[in-house]
Design a protein around this ligand. Sequence first.
Ligand SMILES: [Zn+2]
Length: 459
Amino acid sequence: MLQKPSPIQIKFLGGAGTVTGSKILVKTDRHQVLIDCGLFQGLKQLRLLNWQKLRVDPDELDAVILTHGHLDHCGYLPVLVQNGYNGPIYATPPTRDVTNIILLDSAKIQEEDAAAANRKGYSKHHPAKPLYTSGDVEMTMPLFETYDDGEWVVINEDFSFCFRKSGHILGSVFVELKCQGRKFVFSGDLGRRQPILMEPPAFVQEADYVVLESTYGDRLHAQTSPYDELQEIVHHTVAKGGVLVIPSFAVERAQELLLLLNTLREDGSIPAIPIYLDTPMGIDVTELYLRYRDWHSLSDAECRTMMHNVHVIRDYVQSMHVLDKQGPKIVIAGSGMVTGGRVMHYLERLLGDSQNTVLLVGFQAPGTRGNLLRSGATELKMQGRYYQVKAEVRQISTLSAHGDQSDLLWWLSHLKDAPQRIFLNHGEAQALEAFRLKITDTLGWPVTIAEMGTTYDLQ
Ligand SMILES: [Zn+2]
């Protein structure tokens, strides 16, 4: 007699109803794997979730599978390891290297923030402690086991997986997971149909269950050229005699900006003003582009163009020298949502002057300083102090590492048959609901908006 397959459970421990903290647990009656292990960011009530007791027993977890190295997908790994997890962390080779850079930076920021809070006494916790340290990151990295895309990997008798390129950032993939005869697809973060630096996302034709990100599930990206937008903003800032500060994500966005700015500069479309890259992490990630040629679509010449005319700033003292230099300039500095990093030093000095421009270049999660700036805040709190916002705040709408609604639908429509269910995650409430309706209306497939902490039984 054929044995009936046991039910599979899927539980969203993060990244549901919000864009951060991605963690999806998939369980059979004898094994469990975690897809992504991200940090909650943004609103305080979300960040506090990082400090709650783990909702997965590290001893019962067989494997972690990472889609990519963004902090909201990998940033909780050191906490898992602190709590005793010592199984494999599966990732692509570039994702392992990006994750290492991102986690070390995250640990450093947390250590520095805790030290500053203790020194200046503005934390409610005595003493303020980092969530994890660089020592925890060092314990985490040896657990990585890397695989390229297109290889099926057997984890145990219940689970096997295969990575497919997702066109989002260097090394990013979506995951096909087979479990007891059923196939799951976890999109991770999906890139656009025509990314600037990456190959377009691969696609799948068959799946029983799809977990699909919805960051821009309610939006269509502008069709204007990022070159034109950037050119106008640079000219405008130079005409004012100010500084253009670009808070940037270190992975992908910093490299896109370097390529765009250098291309504009070399063809004479913008003046030859100094360009500074002040994100140690961004510099390290840029070097990975040279190492992993199969993981992006740039030619060697374009890789070289990226770093032309760029002054690389490695330490805080050099940042201060840049600030002291007179005259127009462009500064790209981390972090992209102004949640910390070097960009804070620049904003502390430059926000109060209307000559300067702050250019936001990506998704700004609710609760971040970037989101406040985008919404027209007149003051910004940094390191326990308030700063007036007089600088012009602009945003560029044409740069995004995420597909918009039409890109996501395009990717989904490659499935030959309707999956049993699509779970939407990684989006704010409005984007999730709009996207659910759109899928229902255009494809007629069953869609559920994933809820944090809810366990779904799948037959
Ligand atoms: Zn991402």
